[in-house]
Design a protein around this ligand. Structure first.
Ligand SMILES: Nc1ncnc2c1ncn2[C@@H]1O[C@H](COP(=O)(O)OP(=O)(O)OP(=O)(O)O)[C@@H](O)[C@H]1O
Ligand SMILES: [Mg+2]
Length: 444
């Protein structure tokens, strides 16, 4: 990457200038020599793909002024100063003024090349990150963050755009990490209610006694411990969106109360008789098919039919693998920009593995993998550039082993390490499972 960068050399003494330019070119960089700072400035623009080396004493503008002018153009541009023998005090001042480094005359060509190389590495990183940020800004604008080119995701985006502004309640269904909350936020953002709040309520986390003041709020002194008035979630979501997360885990008695609110659309704060009408859209999310819960008697059918006006189903990532490369690229961009790291290159081998993986944690898991890739933390079996990755491709046995290993690992995780349940789910004898666990170095 460094070989594409240009090193500008400013030195009024022609033989000296030529010497520097040649040493830098020999090291594999492009180099451009100038006799004055004024001339060199014309070659520098914001985001200049290179670094600058300048003599301190120059006819016209001197090196010290030049550093400042450069930083007016691009504050991150590394400028290396050449100082005369014994000019340490001046060199220190130049550094204080923002010079990248200094080198003292007389110097050996290797000394100069060393400093230049360090400066160009720093410059490459700065340029790459600013490039990442620009690309990111473009993606965010265009895709509104619901990334995916699979037909299923295209359909989801289409549906979201279509119903966002309709005043229907929506049920979003899908496994963990598929993007349910993201879709709910998109619906809110694209609706007329975007000026109101998006209020999320985790239904699994509320019991009946917490519910009243959580949902409806209370007046000061409504009960012992209620010192101040509290605005409940429903009131907070007025003119906005109430997001009911993990709907399937809502207790029966809580369901009764919620249904009443959904029908009447009025609430009373605890300790008050005043009725407040609530105008909010309800978006609910569930990981499982609520109909199963209705049949099992753990979910009220009237509430189910009340909420299930429009359903958006988000398929698991393993059923839309064509979304993986784009999502990975997007998350790596995000994380490279956030951590100030370069975006890693993904080998074909690595990509093949990511494409073949089962992704039990769906998009959230992919996002974690992207973070690990950017930070250079190897993730067992997925991102590590191990010995095999260097060989030419996967053999069938290796593919099958990878698949088997992932499958067993996921099932083990699903059953919390319980061998009997895992063996049953995989329809293999426990002894076989045990052998495989040993073979792949997994732990229960
Ligand atoms: N299509 C997508 N484009 C971009 N980012 C996505 C997409 N789908 C999911 N994500 C990201 O993946 C992560 C998980 O998504 P989200 O929290 O919406 O999942 P969820 O379905 O609500 O999961 P859970 O059921 O575990 O609560 C978030 O960081 C989200 O921004
Ligand atoms: Mg969620």
């Amino acid at each position: 990457m460094n070989d594409k960068l240009t090193v500008i050399v400013i030195e009024d003494d022609p033989p000296m200038r030529l010497g520097c330019v040649q040493a830098i070119q020999l090291a594999g960089f492009n180099a451009l020599g100038f006799g004055t700072a004024e001339e060199a400035l014309k070659a520098i623009s914001p985001g200049f793909a290179g670094v600058v080396v300048t003599d301190l004493k120059l006819p016209g503008m001197d090196g010290m002024n030049f550093v400042e002018r450069c930083h007016d153009i691009d504050p991150d541009l590394p400028v290396i100063i050449i100082t005369g023998h014994g000019d340490i005090a001046v060199a220190v001042e130049a550094m204080r003024n923002g010079a990248y480094d200094f080198i003292t005359k007389p110097f050996r060509p290797e000394g100069l090349v060393d400093v230049v190389r360090r400066a160009t590495e720093k410059r490459s990183l700065t340029l790459e990150i600013s490039n990442l940020r620009q690309r990111l800004a473009r993606i965010e604008g265009v895709e509104a963050k619901l990334i995916g080119r699979s037909p299923q995701m295209q359909r989801v985006r289409h549906l979201v755009a279509e119903i966002a502004d309709a005043s229907v309640d929506v049920l979003i269904r899908g496994e963990t990490g598929v993007g349910k909350e993201l879709v709910a936020q998109a619906l809110h953002r694209l609706s007329r209610r975007r000026g109101g709040h998006f209020v999320a309520l985790n239904c699994g986390g509320i019991s009946e006694d917490l519910l009243d003041s959580e949902l409806f709020g209370h007046e000061a002194g409504a009960f012992s411990g209620a010192q101040k008035r509290r605005i409940g979630k429903l009131e907070h979501a007025n003119h906005g969106t109430l997001f009911l997360d993990e709907l399937e885990s809502m207790q029966m008695n809580v369901q009764v109360k919620l249904l009443r609110v959904l029908q009447d659309r009025v609430i009373e704060r605890v300790g008050s008789n005043q009725q407040i009408s609530i105008d909010c859209r309800i978006i609910a999310a569930a990981k499982t098919d609520l109909m199963d819960h209705v049949q099992a008697g753990t979910f009220r059918s009237d509430l189910y039919y009340r909420l299930n006006v429009v359903t958006i189903y988000l398929p698991p990532l393993r059923e839309r693998r064509e979304d993986i490369p784009l999502l990975l690229e997007y998350f790596m961009l995000l994380s490279a920009s956030r951590f100030g790291r370069p975006q890693p290159k993904i080998s074909t081998e690595q990509m093949n593995r990511l494409m073949a993986y089962s992704w039990p944690g769906n998009v959230r898991e992919l996002r974690n993998v992207a973070d690990c890739l950017v930070l250079g933390i190897p993730k067992e079996g997925l991102t590590a550039a191990d010995g095999r990755a260097g060989s030419a491709g996967h053999s069938l046995t290796e593919w099958v082993n990878d698949f088997e290993r992932n499958l067993i690992e996921n099932e083990l995780r699903r059953f919390g390490g319980n061998l009997t349940q895992t063996a049953n789910a995989l329809k293999v004898p426990k002894t076989t499972l045990h052998d495989k666990i040993r073979k792949y170095g997994l732990s229960a």
